[in-house]
Design a protein around this ligand. Structure first.
Ligand SMILES: Nc1ncnc2c1ncn2[C@@H]1O[C@H](COP(=O)(O)OP(=O)(O)OP(=O)(O)O)[C@@H](O)[C@H]1O
Length: 225
């Protein structure tokens, strides 16, 4: 099967700092669910930011659907197809209401307003937030913000989801909802988490990020990352 995402020897360091990513090689096939584990500060969020083009790799190549992500146009292409759920969803919701936030992506992709609203309402129902459609995002709880941000990315129907600590801040009901959505989804996913049982349940492959490199990891073998 053709690769959806490919990272070839990706290196990254923050200005004046040592390398956080020291040569990442990773390929994600359509529908593949991959766990990334790693201690605090190992570079998981940095890796996602590099994939999204929020940080520019110091060295190496990123390919998405075979296209080299090297300029603004290719980056726009990638961002339409990849949904990034931030560890802290606070910055992901910026509209006056949750509904507008979830409709923002579909509108931006060119859907007519009535259709964008329809998609947004369906997606809010999927994540269990229909009753909060008119609420201003700042008034939501942490868990509600996370599910709202998830709705905002799902509404764009991406091919790949980057999920950074998706279960943090979720109560049992929201976590079950999230688990159901992920289990039923055929989208490819990269999931960074410290929740080993969640990862074992949802990922078909896993890697540990340590010393700036990824190595295959057996989720069944340990529970302390
Ligand atoms: N803007 C920044 N400038 C300089 N260093 C940074 C910056 N952001 C992160 N770092 C450093 O880069 C390293 C990797 O951080 P990152 O947030 O990617 O780790 P992480 O694996 O996601 O951690 P966690 O599990 O705590 O979320 C850390 O040493 C961190 O201090």
């Amino acid at each position: 099967m053709k690769e959806l995402l490919e990272l070839q020897n990706v290196v990254f360091s923050y200005p004046g700092e040592k390398k956080v990513l020291q040569g990442i090689n990773l390929s994600v096939k359509p529908g593949e669910k991959i766990a990334i584990i790693g201690k605090n500060g190992s570079g998981k969020t940095t890796l996602f930011n590099v994939i999204m083009g929020l940080l520019k790799p110091t060295e190496g190549k990123i390919l998405f659907m075979g296209k080299d992500i090297e300029d603004k146009q290719s980056l726009t292409f990638l961002r339409r197809k990849v949904g990034f759920l931030f560890q802290d969803p606070e910055n992901q919701l910026f509209c006056p209401t949750l509904l507008e936030d979830v409709a923002f992506g579909p509108l931006n992709m060119g859907l007519p307003p009535t259709k964008a609203k329809e998609v947004a309402l369906e997606t809010l129902e999927l994540v269990g937030l229909t009753s909060l459609a008119s609420a201003p995002p700042y008034s939501l709880s942490e868990g509600q913000k996370k599910m709202g941000a998830l709705a905002a990315i799902l509404a764009m129907d991406p091919d790949l989801l980057l999920l950074d600590e998706p279960t943090s801040g979720l109560d049992e009901t929201s976590q079950s909802k999230l688990e159901k959505i992920l289990s039923e989804s055929e989208k490819a996913m990269l999931i960074a988490s410290h929740d080993m049982s969640f990862l074992a349940e949802h990922a078909s492959k896993s890697f540990a990020l340590s010393n700036g490199t990824l190595t295959p990891y057996d989720l069944g073998a340990r529970t302390d990352a």
